[in-house]
Design a protein around this ligand. Structure first.
Ligand code: FES
Ligand SMILES: [Fe+2]
Length: 465
């Protein structure tokens, strides 16, 4: 039965939204607020984007030729390949890259193609003692050097020293492994721009992957990315979070070509609502957000003269501090609970903050513009002097399996399912579009605009990068 506090009013959607809420909340902080939480909005054009950017095979081929071979792409975390011979396989359109730890501890990237007749050496990640092609047995060592040729007398025309596996650049930041197929590209650190500075205090080098779920989604990779670039869809798509989420009250920030951010205030009701009382906000954020330090709404009562924002912030401060073995007493309530979500161009997004960080990635599914492979990871931290637990194994869902069947995602699973319902309908709707274009909100969808402006620079639309 509903309790009296369950009643609240939904406001007319036309008037909801206040982008200044986050800065007003920061003004109430009792600890110094880091500069990086300031607003950084350069302003953008308002013209429509043609739907061809999402659904045309020609545009997909342009990305295959000019974007993916040139750009840094997140492959996985170092702790997923701790031992010699451990490797990941990253497939991107027609390319496939093996990212492997060598017997010298160095992580290298190799094009996943046998130098004999071209079989893929590995069809997925795992652990090997050498890279032995399953077709005829050409074998490379863990550093990519040719070790053995079958019937060597018959291959006198191949010079052994010239048959090492061609390498791909691999660089790591805080344990996040990226590849780039372009030998002349700027360094990963240059690509990441402000991100290392903004994430300086979050100890991501001590990440623990507590969940990794992957599913194919029948939509363009950009459509999947863009589902997480704005919060204004929440009042219709995720109505269960309005009692504790400032969806249309978010701040949007851009930094150079590759980094953008949205900051959605948490533990405050949406301005789409009126009359939400604090006990309701407290119960709902614990049970529905999937990111707080506890998920039991009945285990907590709000003390007098305390807001939900203060209470949840202090709860997270204590438990996240215990988990990571860190003193978080100097940390803002914002960094302990708000949805501070960064994107790294082109296809990775990661939440800032001290624990409970979600990472999303959407990779085009081979040559099909209407399909992508979508990954979700949840990252916690281990203590500095602690042997970290092994990372969660990849849970690959079938093509029609809901995320709510991945128990490791807890309350986030049903939220993703709500997003996926939109994504399933996007391809159909874009192909049926008479308008032939999408129109973006000037502010709340500015991260999407920023994403396309950087993409244009790679594709040479409006000038070569
Ligand atoms: S194709 Fe690899 S050994 Fe022949
Ligand atoms: Fe969503």
């Amino acid at each position: 039965m509903n309790k009296p506090e369950d009643k609240f009013v939904l406001m007319p959607q036309e008037s909801a939204g206040d982008p200044h809420v986050f800065q007003r909340l920061l003004a109430q902080e009792t600890v110094p607020v880091p500069d990086y939480l300031a607003s950084s909005f350069p302003g953008f054009r308002d013209d429509d984007l043609p739907v061809e950017r999402y659904i045309s095979r020609d545009f997909h081929r342009q990305e295959a030729e000019k974007l993916w071979p040139k750009v840094w792409q997140f492959v996985g975390r170092e702790e997923q390949i701790p031992k010699a011979g451990d490797h990941l396989v990253y497939d991107i359109v027609d390319d496939s890259i093996i990212v492997m730890r060598g017997d010298d501890g160095v992580i290298r990237g190799f094009h996943n193609s046998c130098l004999h007749r071209g079989r893929a050496l590995r069809m997925g990640g795992g652990t090997v003692n050498s890279l032995k092609c399953p077709y005829h047995g050409f074998t490379w060592d863990l550093r990519g050097r040719l070790a053995s040729i079958p019937c060597e007398w018959d291959f006198k025309h191949l010079k052994k020293g010239e048959q090492n596996l061609p390498e791909v650049r691999v660089e790591s930041w805080k344990g996040f492994l990226f590849i780039n197929m372009d030998a002349d590209a700027p360094s990963l650190l240059e690509h990441l721009g402000v991100l290392p500075e903004h994430f300086r205090d979050y100890a991501f080098e001590r990440s623990v992957i507590i969940a990794h779920v992957q599913r194919r989604i029948p939509c363009n990779w950009k459509v999947a990315q863009e589902a997480f670039m704005e919060s204004m869809h929440a009042h219709v798509t995720h109505p269960q979070i309005l009692t504790f989420t400032g969806d249309c009250d978010s701040q949007y920030d851009m930094y150079g070509d590759n980094i953008s951010r949205s900051v959605t205030p948490m533990a405050v009701p949406s301005s789409h609502t009126k009359g939400v009382v604090e006990p309701r906000t407290l119960r709902d954020i614990l049970e529905e957000s999937g990111r707080m330090a506890d998920a039991d709404g009945d285990a907590h009562r709000l003390p007098e003269n305390t807001t939900t924002r203060q209470y949840i912030g202090e709860l997270n401060r204590r438990i996240f501090g215990d988990v990571s073995g860190r003193d978080l007493s100097h940390v803002t309530l914002a960094e302990l609970q708000d949805a501070i979500l960064y994107s790294i161009f082109p296809n990775t997004q990661i939440w800032a903050g001290y624990c409970g960080n979600i990472l999303y990635r959407a990779i085009p599914d081979g040559d099909d513009p209407d399909s992508c492979v979508f990954d979700v990871m949840l990252l916690w931290r281990h203590k500095e002097d602690e042997v970290p637990p092994p990372p969660a194994k990849l849970n690959r869902l079938s093509d029609d399996q809901p995320f709510s069947e991945a128990p490791e995602l807890a309350a986030l699973g049903p939220v993703f399912d709500q997003d996926i319902r939109n994504l399933l309908a996007m391809t159909k709707g874009m192909k049926a579009s008479k308008k032939g274009a999408v129109s973006l909100a000037s502010y709340q969808e500015s991260r999407i605009r920023h994403h396309h402006e950087t993409l244009d620079k790679y594709l040479g639309i409006g000038g070569e990068k």
